[in-house]
Design a protein around this ligand. Structure first.
Ligand code: PLP
Length: 385
């Protein structure tokens, strides 16, 4: 499928057929996994196939990258060994001491790294409530702020940041906007079309979707000076994804559209049913009209509000842990975006200093029968709280 053909088709069609690529040798409808770490030179000393060495160059990795680029409407995508490797590579590529403005509520692993380690690289960070545009504007340090890092919906309160508005603030400041869009997925939000310069995914989550690959991705609209350096950082640090994992990721992405739509439909249904439950003080889900970010979410998320929600347990943290202990169908596990529904008491994994309330349970809705998920959760709620 050439680039012109690609623009004619929807994301669902493109990924279902892995962009329509076939094995050039056998015409197999599924691509082989390219495992070679090195490539033969031509007699004239050139590399006419364009491949030199496995760390920067691998066909299986590039095929998966092209699928992600197509999904995000991006010029280019890069795959990394994890979401954290993708995120940290953006920061490691900054070429001078830079002030970063970042969402207060975000994936805690990256927030902790920014808070504890970014100073060692000469950079500084200001965390803001990025759903509050005045707070974002106030955090800008003219001449110093070079990067905005936002996550929306943000884990695990599902606060919504207005990507288009923050992109305007970032660009006025002469800065780059990077959006962690792991939870939204390219099916519901395309940050690059809203003005973001770089979109990031923990591909471990929805993109792969089967809880069997750890991977990260960045994609760019092109034309920003940071991007070339990010590619070099990946090559120098050896942070690329393995060919086998890239192949598994491609296999996972083929069903991305249908999976996340089903997960979002179930999450929306559960959120609606759980509102007003006597053991629950709050249901956090951007699809609920009462959610503070609902209007912005309805504008920038097309077709669904994602498969993640959180509930707060009226009787507090011990009762929340007890609810998680009483479920039979939901899995007590960290991570999100897989086929299996997961439940997690977030504050116990995030540790001291977390902004996450201790009575909060995070729910990653999978592909099981939604009535059965609801029954299992409400039974645990009535037993434990
Ligand atoms: C999991 C996650 C990450 C980190 O990705 P890894 O693949 O675990 O390194 C970053 N952002 C979000 C929103 C995540 O859920």
């Amino acid at each position: 499928m050439d680039d012109q053909t690609k623009t004619r088709f929807s994301a669902r069609t493109l990924v279902a057929q892995a962009l329509g690529t076939h094995c050039p040798v056998t015409k197999g409808i599924v691509q082989p996994i390219h495992m070679s770490t090195t490539y033969v030179r031509d007699a004239d000393n050139g590399y006419s196939a364009g491949y030199v060495y496995g760390r920067p160059d691998n066909v299986s990795v590039h095929q998966a990258e092209r699928m992600i680029a197509a999904l995000e409407g991006a010029d280019e995508a890069l795959l990394f060994g994890s979401g954290m490797a993708a995120a940290t590579s953006v920061l490691l590529a900054l070429d001078k001491p830079t002030h970063i403005v970042a969402s207060q509520i975000m994936y805690y692993g990256f927030r902790d790294w920014l808070r504890d380690d970014i100073g060692r690289y000469g950079h500084g960070v200001t965390f803001v409530d990025s759903s509050n545009l005045d707070a974002v504007r106030a955090a800008v340090r003219p001449g110093q702020t070079g990067l905005f890092w936002i996550e929306t919906p943000s884990n695990p309160l599902w606060t919504i940041t207005d990507i288009a508005a923050v992109s305007e603030i970032a660009h006025t400041a002469g800065a780059i906007l990077c959006v962690d869009s792991t939870v939204a997925t390219p099916i519901f939000t395309r940050p690059l079309s809203l003005g973001a310069d770089i979109v990031m995914h923990s591909a471990t989550k929805y993109l792969n979707g089967h809880s069997d690959v750890v991977a990260g991705a960045l994609a760019t609209a092109g034309d920003n000076p940071l991007w070339q350096r990010i590619g070099k950082v990946r090559s120098h640090f050896g942070n690329t994804l393995s060919p086998f994992d890239s192949w598994l990721l491609m296999r996972g992405m083929r069903t991305l559209d249908i999976r996340v739509r089903a997960q979002a439909a179930s999450a929306a249904w559960l959120a609606g049913k759980l509102v007003g439950h006597s053991a629950i003080s709050a249901v956090l889900y951007p699809g609920l009209e009462k959610h503070v970010g609902h209007d912005v979410a309805a504008r920038q998320m097309k077709g669904g509000f994602g498969g993640m929600l959180s509930i707060r347990i009226k009787k507090g943290d011990k009762a929340a842990v007890a609810v998680a202990a009483c479920v039979e169908l939901w899995n007590r596990a960290t991570s999100l975006g897989g086929i299996e529904s997961l439940i997690e008491h977030r504050s116990s994994i995030e540790g001291a200093g977390t902004p996450v309330p201790s009575d909060l349970l995070r729910l990653s809705v999978g592909l099981e029968d939604v009535d059965e998920l609801y029954y299992d959760l409400t039974r645990a709620l009535s037993v434990a709280s």
